[in-house]
Write a protein that binds this ligand. Structure first.
Ligand code: AMP
Ligand code: ZN
Length: 445
């Protein structure tokens, strides 16, 4: 009964706006604002060690409309790595109040800096997303995602507080406690990766709970690719609405694009970002509706603006106006990545990181393969490794020790615990041309 009352009460709040003026700005006004912010951003970016020489001779006044952005060179993840630590910062250091990093990266990570203005605008973006999906004051919000350097935790946390929700900063893991909190404090909205959302429901079932008997009415899921079927499955299991949330640390984190209640694509906040879609091979711009790599420019960030950032994410823009009344462009679900980055349990992992670890063990032969499977609702990482023949001399204890050592070294490096399988040399398929290092069967399962 309480559940029904909750749902009725919040139904009345639906179709709400956080910042209606900006969210429904006519296209011509929106583009005017973009052009102005682009000019300001270019002028500011010139102050950084990285962009200074790159933008030499480029006058901000040449950017009369957002489409003029094409004359600026792309920025890549490698540029960010090469200019670690403060190379892209364009404000005095004592103005910076926050550092974040891309998940899963080790060594020279991709770090992003924010000043007070940046944290405030990011918070506003999250507030917009939360209210757009029908959540708000009166909701109890459980943030079941990593806090810390990863942006999902603090980003959502600030946005949820701004709209006046009661925030439970439960972070990721400790699933039994998550369920307890959800039950005791009548959580109505949560944020999680889709795989963790499913994992929690399995744990609920194991503990004798029906996920539908909780007060949950909205789930925000993101940080990793997932299908429409996965959304539907989570919605059915919990009897709640699930909204897709897209972002990346380089562009703040969550709050870049988000679904409205129509659930037909994610609105990308164009007063803060300029979106382009390019062919990842030729770098040529694609027509609206064609699938390609998203290239995004931050136009409302002061401490560390990024111009024409190649996200590596594949998606397309959706045609036509959205029934919700918002004028900001919609993008499709992210299909995947055009580089080789894997997202395992929400953590970014590059095959080269695993290769580095493997190759540091002299017992390991030259060929390996990474297999990604589904273990229940969670991702499983299996590393198949060929060993030199001398290792197969019947000494099982030696193999067991090596298996444990490699497993530990990989999980230290990429934060995900792998299963190691040893093979005799020549067992794995050899490809003509590029070796197939990753076999991802998660979508087939
Ligand atoms: P990070 O920089 O650690 O926040 O990771 C960002 C990456 O996570 C993005 O570039 C995407 O590849 C992926 N990602 C984030 N949100 C989504 C989403 N809703 N759907 C698919 N992939 C996502
Ligand atoms: Zn909409």
């Amino acid at each position: 009964m309480i559940n029904l009352l909750y749902k009725y009460f919040f139904l009345c709040l639906s179709m709400a706006f956080w910042d209606k003026h900006v969210e429904t700005l006519p296209r011509d006004k929106l583009e005017e604002l973009q052009a102005k912010r682009l000019r300001d951003t270019v002028a500011r970016a010139k102050k950084s060690v990285f962009y200074g020489p790159r933008l030499k001779g480029v006058e901000p006044t040449v950017f009369k409309k957002p489409a003029d952005i094409g004359s600026i060179p792309f920025t890549t993840k490698n540029d960010l790595r090469a200019n670690y630590d403060y190379g892209l910062v364009c404000v005095p250091k004592d103005e910076i109040i926050r550092l974040h990093a891309s998940s899963g990266t080790t060594g020279k990570a991709t770090v992003i800096f924010h000043n007070r203005h940046d944290i405030d605008t990011w918070t506003e973006l999250l507030a917009r997303c939360i209210v757009m999906a029908g959540a708000g004051k009166g909701d109890v919000f459980q943030n079941m995602i990593s806090y810390g350097l990863f942006t999902g935790g603090l980003g959502f946390h600030y946005g949820a507080e701004r709209v006046g929700m009661l925030v439970i900063p439960s972070g990721i893991g400790n699933t039994k406690r998550q369920i307890q909190l959800m039950k005791d404090f009548h959580t109505t909205v949560y944020h999680a990766t889709p795989s963790y959302a499913l994992h929690v429901s399995e744990e609920m079932a194991r503990d004798g709970f029906d996920p539908k008997e909780f007060d949950l009415r909205i789930g925000f899921v993101g940080a990793e690719p997932h299908s429409e079927q996965t959304r539907k499955r989570i919605e059915d299991i919990y009897d709640m609405d699930v909204y897709n949330s897209y972002g990346m640390s380089e562009l703040n984190g969550p709050g870049v694009a988000f679904e409205c209640e129509e659930k037909c694509g994610m609105h990308l906040w164009e007063d803060n970002y300029i979106l382009e879609v390019i062919d990842p091979k030729t770098c040529e711009p694609l027509s609206p509706g064609e699938e390609g790599e998203l290239v995004v420019t931050t136009i409302n960030r002061e401490a560390m603006p990024i111009l024409r950032y190649r996200t590596g994410d594949l998606a397309k823009t959706l045609e036509g106006r959205c029934a919700c009344g918002r004028t900001h462009v919609r993008i499709s679900r992210i299909k995947g990545r055009c580089d080789d980055m894997m997202i395992i349990r929400g953590v970014n992992v590059y095959p080269s990181q695993i290769e580095d670890v493997l190759m540091s063990f002299p017992e390991v032969a030259t060929t390996y393969q990474i297999h990604l499977l589904r273990d229940g609702s969670l991702d499983a990482l299996i590393v198949k490794v060929e060993l030199y023949p001398k290792m197969f001399d019947g000494d099982l204890a030696k193999l067991k020790k090596l298996e444990a050592d490699i497993g530990k070294a990989i999980s230290d490096e990429v934060v995900v615990k792998p299963r190691i399988e040893f093979l005799e040399p020549g067992t794995l398929p050899r490809a003509e041309g590029k070796a197939v290092r990753v076999v991802d069967k998660r979508c087939e399962m």
